[in-house]
Design a protein around this ligand. Structure first.
Ligand code: SF4
Ligand code: MG
Length: 321
């Protein structure tokens, strides 16, 4: 397997201004020293509760917000070291699909205009062949040719997300970051859009970074899963290992909260005490120690490193392996 994207020691610390001089008084450590690799053709999911840093990681990779430090190698080139204009030319390779396609689709533009604009930026298809190409894109995402001159409000939520997917496809990307891409949709529509993403992945050899708080969705779409808590990676594994034998106490708690398809495998729900602490002054040592049912003394002072359980499974916990 060839790495497509390698994230190294990524940090995103947002300054908090205060006082009458508006000086930086503190930082929100939204993403704190995160490293991982995405291989060509796979789907890596990032899961965790809201505020864990999963969306921030996606945005930092694309430099939608400039990260504080770290490296993001895409096909061996460091995106974070690029000039703004070099980065712009990379953008067609790295597309993003957000939760709410309505917010990202101009209501005054028809589908033909929305996709036409993307094709104009990408600039491979000659202007006189663009309409034909748009119809082709629509068919790839399960929309009809006669819908080409319609406007976003004439579509359902699921159809609008298909337009968003078509717009991303128009750029012929290598990597698509899906940030809660199906979270706003009804469950039955979610499955359709997930299946569409899967079939497009095969057809166009796409790689996905799939960001979601929903473990059911993640189980459906992923090859590998990375779990984040308070700006840190706590566990990363192939899907089967993660769902069959989660090692980190936080992952175990998350998984215990989703219904099991097999009723004979009854599991006990692990209830975590307290709330997620503030990312402004996160707990010392293991960030999870204030809520961890298994915490021991050293957890309060020593940061657990991400270590191998086996070659496709890493965990950051003093008690593992
Ligand atoms: Fe819990 Fe300690 Fe493991 Fe952190 S390192 S998850 S506090 S046992
Ligand atoms: Mg988010």
């Amino acid at each position: 397997k060839k790495p497509l994207l390698e994230v190294q020691n990524l940090k995103q610390h947002f300054p908090i201004k205060g006082g009458i001089l508006g000086r930086t008084v503190n930082h929100v450590k939204a993403v704190d020293d995160v490293s991982f690799t995405i291989f060509e053709g796979e789907t890596l999911s990032i899961v965790g509760e809201s505020g864990c840093g999963k969306s921030t990681t996606g945005r930092a990779i694309l430099r939608l917000d400039e990260p504080t430090s770290g490296s993001v190698f895409f096909e061996g080139k460091d995106l974070l070291a690029m000039s703004k204009s070099q980065m712009r030319s990379m953008r067609k390779d790295l597309q993003v699909i957000f939760q709410d396609p309505f917010a990202s689709l101009n209501p005054r533009q028809s589908v033909a205009q929305i996709l036409g604009e993307a094709l104009a930026i990408q600039n491979i298809v000659p202007a006189n062949q663009r309409r034909e190409r748009i119809i082709e894109l629509l068919s790839h995402v399960g929309l009809r040719p006669d819908q080409i001159d319609r406007f976003p409000h004439e579509f359902s939520g699921g159809q609008r997300q298909r337009i968003g997917i078509a717009r991303a496809l128009a750029m012929q990307p290598k990597l698509i970051i899906c940030d809660e891409a199906v979270s706003a949709l009804d469950v039955s529509i979610q499955a359709q859009v997930l299946n569409l993403l899967k079939s497009l992945q095969k057809e166009f050899k796409l790689t996905y970074l799939f960001i979601s708080h929903d473990l059911g969705v993640v189980r459906h779409i992923s090859d590998r899963v990375m779990v984040m808590y308070l700006g840190k990676v706590v566990e990363i594994a192939d899907k089967k290992s993660l769902f069959d034998s989660p090692q980190h106490p936080y992952t175990q708690a998350l998984l215990s909260a989703i219904p099991v398809p097999d009723v004979s495998k009854k599991q006990e729900r692990i209830i975590l005490r307290g709330d997620v602490p503030s990312p402004i002054n996160p707990p010392q040592g293991c960030r999870f120690h204030t809520r961890c049912p298994l915490a021991v003394e050293r957890c309060k002072t020593e940061v657990p490193a991400l270590t191998n359980v086996h070659s496709t499974h890493q965990v950051a916990c003093h008690l593992v392996p």
